[in-house]
Design a protein. Structure first.
Length: 375
């Protein structure tokens, strides 16, 4: 990794921390007016998620689906196509994963069943995200509008599947039959009760980061997204690259839905949109479209959400107040000029140091040659 890249990543991390600090400061000033215990509320919000191993486990568990959908939207951003079907994809993938698991039952061992169901989720994600991608390419349809409308349809489709294909009539609420034991992802890290989807998410982050920055396809994606005219002039297959990026993103959202169902539920019972897809959009914004930063952004967003739950249970502030903090953080991180001058100065300084080092090497070589001639 070159110096410029290291500086960019470092500054992005500093930007996120600074944005959180500013948001907390604004929240504290607001709470002084509206809350009887502003310091206690902020203390619970900041420290509450770390007050027990179980709460910390809840933060990590919530960050897992955010990571998958965040990676999904990194691909959409990379090719500059705002395909928002990740929201419906996450829900339908979880639904169809549960349906396949119930239909197959416990006839196959976990080592076969779990990868099979993850493949089901990925396949569902590919198919669903292909719809707005192809409509955009073939008919120049507005991909944002198409994907948003598709999300609404997918939510109702998932509810229909739940009601008429796998509903368990023996329970009082709307839910599927119990998932077989051989499909459930085990918990790891003891008392924290973190689902094994964390391992799958970590592998996904590593593979996506390699794909983005170490492969020809990743370079093509970034060129197509940043400068389509240059990409076309270079002979890059723009249509294939754009569609492929959206399909890979859809597959990641689908795997995320499968992991969420297999890791945190014993039956499928989503009767409304999970909003994890749109959470992934925020994660991608926080991560500045860099897949290597997605886990950090996902953990931050999950930390804010769990902190909101703690405050809502212990204080006099409604959980909606935390939306304000979340909005401030995203606004500051998304703002291009926030700490932009600081980043430019660091890059210029590194460049000057590099040039100075090069000049020193040149002078040293000249002196060595001169000494050699004198001898």
């Amino acid at each position: 990794m070159n110096k410029t890249r290291k500086i960019e990543i470092t500054v992005e991390l500093i930007r996120i921390v600074a944005a959180v600090a500013i948001a907390y400061a604004i929240a504290l000033l607001t709470l002084v007016v509206f809350s009887d215990e502003p310091v206690y509320i902020i203390q619970q919000f900041i420290l509450g998620p770390f007050s027990s191993m179980r709460r910390l486990g809840s933060v990590i568990n919530l960050a897992i689906p955010f990571t998958f959908t965040g990676l999904c939207f990194c691909f959409m951003y990379a090719v500059n196509k705002f395909n928002l079907a990740g929201e419906g994809t996450f829900m339908v993938s979880g639904c169809l994963t549960a349906l396949v698991a119930i239909k197959i039952g416990d006839t196959l061992p976990p080592v076969v069943m779990i990868p099979l169901l993850l493949c089901v989720g990925a396949l569902v994600g590919i198919i669903l995200n292909a719809i707005p991608a192809l409509l955009d390419i073939k008919f120049n349809a507005n991909i944002v509008v198409v994907s948003l409308m598709l999300n609404s349809m997918l939510v109702f489709f998932a509810i229909w599947v739940l009601k008429y294909k796998m509903r368990d009539p023996s329970i009082g609420s709307l839910g599927s039959y119990l998932l077989p034991d051989n499909v459930l992802l085990p918990s790891i890290l003891g008392k924290m009760r973190i689902q094994a989807g964390l391992i799958i998410a970590a592998i996904a982050v590593i593979l996506v980061a390699i794909l983005f920055y170490k492969t020809i396809f990743g370079y093509k994606m970034r060129v197509v997204g940043n400068n389509p005219l240059f990409a076309k002039a270079c002979g890059i297959n723009m249509v294939g690259t754009i569609v492929a990026a959206q399909l890979i993103g859809g597959a990641l959202a689908g795997v995320g839905g499968s992991c969420e169902i297999l890791g945190n539920y014993d039956r499928y019972k989503w009767v409304a949109s999970t909003q994890h897809g749109f959470d992934g959009l925020m994660v991608a914004v926080l991560a500045r479209r860099n897949p290597a930063l997605v886990p950090v952004a996902a953990f931050l967003l999950a930390y804010i959400r769990i902190g909101a739950d703690v405050v809502n249970s212990k204080g006099d502030i409604p959980v909606e107040f935390i939306t304000v903090i979340q909005g401030i953080v995203i606004l500051l991180v998304a703002a291009e000029e926030f700490m932009g001058k600081f980043k430019k100065n660091m890059i210029y300084k590194a460049a000057e140091e590099s040039l100075a080092d090069d000049k020193k090497e040149e002078v040293k070589e000249i002196l060595e040659e001169s000494d050699g001639k004198e001898k």
